[in-house]
Design a protein around this ligand. Structure first.
Ligand code: COI
Length: 355
């Protein structure tokens, strides 16, 4: 159980800023980091000594458990700059709760709320100038934690490091994406770590994704581990299918991430009178809907990916192109979401938090 205990943050400011060396027009997602980062250690059974210091390398023993047993989890969040130059977070509480849920699954000690929020807000205020201007441009926030105790016995680490890094970013995908339905690969199994943002869940997608890329696809849609008949989520995002005028997405489970964008899209769609169904959807249902043209669109939803329309999907040797539409649900959902995130429209759900 995490508890609230404010820890004083030691601040060690960078002597100079690298901000004016950054080409904001040509950012590649996640390659540029701001001037500062946050670190906080779990030592002697408690979280202690949060420090904000210049972004830079860590000294870590090669015997640290994270390298041997992958005891690491992360979150993905974003900060948005509005027209008045105020900066906003979107549903940060959801990320905090999921961070600790993921930690618990990986036997990592939960983080006190204040360490997460004080650390995050202090860091963001220090590097606020790095939040890029412009609709669609954001500061991507990467909180993560890993076991750093030395020892290769297969046991949980006794010490951990929590960190937050910040990256100014543009869109994750430049345009529409093509997805391949995975015939043989799954993100996770029942009882596994699929619901956690475990680092290894994402590492495990690289190989099947590279096979899909060789065939001209950008990403895969995982199918369930038992039958490979149920569509689960994509490599970096949850997935929505529009059949006729109903938006369908798979229920969350042990295997599927409870995505913040996913649940926001469901709430926005319902508010806008779009019919939604959270239910299992099979590959055969999708193929049938593609053939009889009731499948109108597919899009991915995630913090990094935002709303990414799918232009077509592959299954075995077949490829199904999806019609591009002026008034797609993907466009509508993206606009409704971004307008709230950039403080352009009213936030009826109380989702945003001013930094
Ligand atoms: C995010 O959307 O923040 C994610 O965690 C996906 C990431 C693998 C890019």
């Amino acid at each position: 159980m995490q508890e609230n205990n404010t820890l004083p943050i030691t601040i060690n400011k960078a002597e100079t800023s690298r901000l004016d060396q950054v080409d904001f027009e040509n950012l590649t997602f996640g390659n540029v980091f701001t001037d500062h980062m946050l670190t906080c250690d779990f030592v002697d059974g408690k979280w202690q000594t949060p420090v904000i210091k210049p972004y830079g390398p860590l000294t870590i023993s090669p015997g640290a458990r994270v390298f041997h047993y992958g005891q690491a989890i992360f979150e993905g969040m974003k900060a948005y700059r509005d027209e008045q130059d105020d900066v906003w977070l979107f549903r940060p509480e959801e990320n905090f709760l999921r961070f600790n849920k993921s930690s618990k699954r990986l036997a990592i000690p939960e983080l006190p709320r204040d360490v997460f929020f004080e650390g995050l807000l202090t860091l963001l205020r220090m590097d606020k100038n790095w939040v890029p201007k412009g609709y669609g441009n954001t500061l991507y926030i990467r909180p993560f934690v890993f076991g750093d105790q030395v020892g290769v016995s297969a046991a949980p680490s006794g010490t951990y490091k929590f960190m937050i890094l910040l990256c100014p970013v543009k869109a994750y995908y430049a345009g529409d994406v093509k997805v391949l339905i995975a015939e043989n690969y799954s993100r996770a199994a029942n009882g596994g770590v699929g619901a956690a943002k475990a680092a290894g869940n994402y590492g495990a997608q690289f190989y099947p994704t590279s096979l899909a890329k060789e065939k001209g696809f950008d990403q895969i849609i995982w199918t369930d581990d038992c039958s490979h008949q149920y569509l689960e989520e994509a490599g970096t995002m949850n997935v929505f299918f529009r059949i006729n005028d109903t938006l369908i997405t798979a229920p969350t489970s042990d295997r599927i991430l409870d995505g913040v964008t996913r649940k926001s899209v469901l709430a926005l769609a319902e508010r806008e009178g779009i019919s939604t169904e959270v239910r299992k959807i099979t590959v055969s249902e999708l193929l049938e809907a593609a053939k009889n043209k009731s499948l109108k669109e597919i899009f991915g939803a995630g913090t990094a990916a935002v709303i990414s329309p799918v232009s077509g999907f592959g299954y075995k040797d077949d490829f199904f192109e999806l019609p591009s539409q002026e008034d797609s649900f993907a466009k509508r959902m993206k606009k409704s979401l971004l307008d709230i995130q950039y403080n352009i429209s009213k936030d009826p759900f109380n989702w945003t938090l001013k930094v």
